[in-house]
Design a protein around this ligand. Structure first.
Ligand SMILES: [Zn+2]
Length: 90
């Protein structure tokens, strides 16, 4: 057995491949926010309906940065609050 050559236990995580469902309203939650922290990326999901108060049912999914395969796509999302872009020098 050459278990050192392969790392079957090591996977990447793609949050866009998984669904987050609310246990209260039984609807799928949608990503509304993405932010980076030192060790992990944090994806915020909320219900988008009249049933749930997002302050109550909001979900935070934390993915270790070295396993996160979604960063590039997440950064393209309109709600990603990156560092403010530099002002054009005009
Ligand atoms: Zn809900």
């Amino acid at each position: 057995m050459t278990a050192n050559d392969e790392r079957p236990d090591l996977h990447v995580i793609d949050v866009f491949m998984m669904s987050v469902k609310c246990g209260n309203c039984d609807q799928y939650q949608t990503i509304v926010k993405f932010r980076k922290e030192a060790e992990k990326n944090v994806y915020t999901y909320e219900c988008e309906n009249e049933t749930c108060d997002p302050n109550v049912t909001r979900t935070l999914v934390e993915v270790p940065r070295h396993l996160d395969n979604s960063t590039r796509r997440a950064e393209e999302l309109p709600y990603y609050a990156a560092d403010p872009p530099p002002e054009p020098p005009e």
